[in-house]
Design a binder for this molecule. Structure first.
Ligand SMILES: Nc1ncnc2c1ncn2[C@@H]1O[C@H](COP(=O)(O)OP(=O)(O)OP(=O)(O)O)[C@@H](O)[C@H]1O
Ligand SMILES: [Mg+2]
Length: 280
């Protein structure tokens, strides 16, 4: 982490993971990304701890999707290093699953075939595909819609298809880019619960990008607050939530202070991002 970066802690550091069990799962060091003459990201450092739930918040256009791009190996940084499970990232590593910002379900395939798509391409045997797809559909509450096409589903269900499609590959690191951005508040809270259940049951490390501060506060062990572009982490907030948690944490008296802390940092950065120094 950057030397001058504040760390706010609402409990023991470590995102609910005992210090003795902390293992760096993915690491970015001095990472920058430029598009032509536009500095989009960094220089940025990040250590993701194996098994933690880490969220990233930041103003629109600050480089969050770009961060996911370089962390996943879809894009290369212009400087710095990215590693996953101790090895340099070059292309999407085995064990990393991505859920994109936009609905990326294939409209011409049924729900079942959408979820099976990656495994079929990887040449997984048919019985194993059936087993994993049935499990993922059940887990995401989509079993009754296996034969439906995406156009016949709600937005929340289509996002669940995308999550199921990632889940069947049994990722150890799941990267999600604003997966619930298009959903109403109630559906987002419930999808958050689904995501927490998935995180607990799979033991995967989760990195979630969101612009909803309450979503980040509710779901995460740690939240990285990014500056306006080029994005860097200006603060890492540790929530101290127990591993067994769900959306009812929003009623906890410690919830408000976490969200307020995020906003106190982001307000200024968000103003910069829309080209204003301050509001009257
Ligand atoms: N492929 C690209 N080519 C050129 N510029 C790009 C490209 N992708 C992103 N950018 C620029 O890089 C900056 C960061 O973009 P990015 O998509 O990472 O932001 P973001 O934080 O994900 O924004 P949002 O919250 O709106 O999704 C933006 O200024 C954007 O215009
Ligand atoms: Mg984005």
């Amino acid at each position: 982490m950057g030397a001058n970066m504040a760390v706010a802690s609402f409990a023991d550091p470590g995102g609910g993971i005992p210090a003795t069990a902390r293992e760096i799962h993915a690491e970015l060091r001095g990472v920058t990304r430029v598009y032509g003459r536009l500095a989009a990201l960094g220089p940025l450092d990040l250590d993701l701890v194996r098994g933690e739930f880490f969220s990233v918040v930041g103003p629109s256009g600050c480089g969050k999707s770009t961060l996911l791009d370089v962390l996943s190996g879809l894009g290369r940084p212009n400087a710095g290093t990215v590693s996953f499970e101790g090895a340099p990232v070059e292309g999407v590593p085995d064990g990393v699953g991505i859920v994109f910002q936009e609905d990326a379900s294939f409209p011409w395939l049924t729900v079942y075939d959408n979820v099976a798509f990656g495994l079929r391409r990887a040449g997984t045997d048919a019985a194993e595909i059936a087993r994993r797809v049935d499990y993922a559909l059940g887990f995401m509450g989509l079993s009754d819609f296996a034969g439906a096409y995406p156009a016949q589903l709600s937005g929340g269900m289509r996002q669940r298809v995308c999550i199921a499609r990632t889940l069947v590959t049994q990722p150890r690191l799941i990267l999600l880019d604003e997966p619930f951005g298009a959903l109403d508040q109630q559906t987002r809270l419930l999808m958050g619960d689904e995501l927490l259940r998935l995180w607990r049951e799979t033991g995967a490390t989760v990195l979630l990008i969101t612009h909803a501060l309450d979503e980040a506060a509710m779901l995460s062990d740690r939240i990285g607050v990014m500056s306006s572009r080029p994005g860097r982490f200006i603060e890492i907030v540790e929530t101290g939530w127990p591993r067994e948690r769900d959306s009812r944490i929003v009623a906890d008296e410690r919830f408000g202070p976490v969200t307020a802390r995020l906003w106190s940092h982001l307000r200024g950065e968000s103003l910069k991002a829309i080209g204003k120094k301050s509001l009257p």
